[in-house]
Design a protein around this ligand. Sequence first.
Ligand code: SF4
Length: 194
Amino acid sequence: MNNEINAIAEEVKNCTKCPLYETRKNAVPGEGDSSTKIMFVGEAPGFYEDVQGRPFVGAAGKLLTELIENILCIPRPSVFITNIVKCRPPENRDPLPNEIETCSPYLDRQIMLIKPKVLVTLGRHSSSYILSKAGIKIKGITDVRGRIFSLFMFDILLNVMPTLHPAAALYNPQLKVQIEEDFRKLKNFVNTSL
Ligand code: SF4
């Protein structure tokens, strides 16, 4: 399976399907253990991710790594981390609907190959994208964060847990408490249900 995940990564690195390829330094296909039970999906790479070609390596990435290692108590390389959109939108703007539509088939293929038991969607964009695949429309992330949705999608039974994007929680202590609370729920679910 690693070969197939690597093949997708190569396609992403050479992709010119949407205008974001013109301004990227590096595409960011995702990284981690492709036999993992837990997969994380954010929205798009930021400045540091674009420079390094790796997902979640800036300040928000540091927080995500701490949540994974300190609350879930698993090493970051044991999970798979990626985004819906694989190239950085200029000035870190939100990805546009046509960019999500063009790029998301890469994510869909990654999910179908990895077949995680739990998909953690980080922030409104990825939560909205994944839940919409099951016909669930959300108004905002606060309505759904911390809930586990058991859905048959991507040809598997997938448990989807939306939570906040770590970047939102970085400088907001109240949101940091909320994302930590969601990760504790996730740990409990992983320990009791997987
Ligand atoms: S964002 Fe996605 S679709 Fe657009 S160029 Fe990058 S890899 Fe290709």
